[in-house]
Design a binder for this molecule. Structure first.
Ligand code: 9Z3
Length: 324
């Protein structure tokens, strides 16, 4: 039986994963990425001043694309603004975690929530002597964004890595997971990125722009191998893993989340429905379904604050149990 109908047999899945990575276009600057990861993890494992090792969470954010042409003009996209990942990153850092933020280029960034859509052009102005200054209504928001962001980077608590395609995303995720392996139970994966289910293998992809004169487009998409299994079994087996399940039909949401929890042996699956995702989520664990809601009495509250609080509590219990 193969991985598509529920029961996962190992050999075909391993072969699918191997073939995905073998045929993917090589990741640009892989060596540079691995070096950054190594330094970040080393720094947080032995922080200055003999502090105890920091917990490290990999937060994924934004949607992956599936290119249709090697010299890509067209692609299939997965919806995600990156809001969940960016906001969660801020709360994890506040809770004392170091965060590896793996995000889709151009999506929401941590500490930028209160800035206008085009911050560079809307927040700044040139004065007569050509100095650049912040425009009055944005002063506080810019100050907060810049100082919190710079503090997180300078303190060694935030490492940002970007992706666009499914190929880049999975290759970087694998490098992150393998770099985090030795952290054992101190490692967390918070997989909020919206990941493509189907892709066009690089070798069977058209090189040049597909021509519309050739008539209707007939294209075969292959299923993306389920990397969560590899993450859990091989890449970082001791890590605390949280994945997300997104549906538009609330009737099937919890059932699908429970299936994902069991199938990929996640510690938690956060179930959310597209239209209410900013108001509430349901956290599914082995024996509970916990509804987590935004505090509706506060205009600027978000669902990520109570969600991260819950996760940090559960992760602490997991770390304690693993030490016994
Ligand atoms: C999510 O469900 C995220 O919560 C959202 C966040 C993408 C809805 P925004 O970025 O939205 O704040 O606009 N992410 C996971 C989506 C996903 O693709 N899950 C897969 C699935 O549902 C499993 S990896 O099958």
């Amino acid at each position: 039986m193969d991985s598509r109908n529920g029961s996962v047999s190992e050999a075909p899945l391993d072969a699918e994963i191997e073939s995905f990575f073998d045929s993917a276009p090589p990741l640009k600057d892989r060596a540079g990425i691995i070096k950054k990861l190594k330094e970040f993890i080393e720094y947080n494992s032995t922080p200055p001043g003999k502090g105890s090792p920091r917990r490290v969470v990999c937060v994924t954010s934004g949607g992956t694309t599936v290119p249709l042409e090697q010299r890509c003009v067209r692609y299939i996209d997965n919806f995600s603004s990156g809001h969940r990942g960016a906001t969660s990153t801020e709360y994890f850092i506040k809770a004392g975690y170091a965060v590896i933020f793996l995000y889709r280029r151009g999506t929401f960034q941590p500490y930028c929530q209160s800035l206008p859509e085009d911050p560079l052009l809307e927040c700044f102005e040139c004065s007569d002597d050509s100095t650049i200054q912040v425009r009055q209504p944005h002063t506080e928001a810019v100050k907060r964004a810049v100082s919190d962001h710079h503090a997180a980077i300078a303190g060694g608590h935030l490492l940002k890595l970007s992706f666009t395609t499914i190929f880049e995303y999975l290759q970087i995720l694998q490098s992150i997971a393998m770099s985090m392996k030795d952290l054992g139970s101190l490692a967390v994966f918070y997989l909020a990125a919206a990941v493509s289910d189907f892709y066009v293998p690089w070798k069977s992809m058209a090189e040049h722009k597909i021509q519309s004169a050739s008539g209707p487009l007939d294209m075969r998409l292959v299923q993306v191998p389920k990397m969560l299994s590899a993450l859990k079994k091989e890449w970082a087996p001791m890590a605390f893993c949280i994945s997300f399940k997104l549906e538009t039909d609330s009737k099937i949401l919890l059932e699908k989340a429970e299936m994902a929890l069991k199938k990929y042996r996640m510690h938690m699956v956060v179930a959310n429905e597209l239209s209410t995702r900013k108001e509430e989520v349901t956290v599914v664990t082995g024996n509970e379904k916990i509804l987590v809601c935004r505090d509706k009495t506060q205009a600027d509250s978000d669902v990520e604050e109570p969600l991260i609080e819950l996760i940090v509590g559960r992760h602490s219990a997991y770390v304690k149990d693993s030490d016994l």
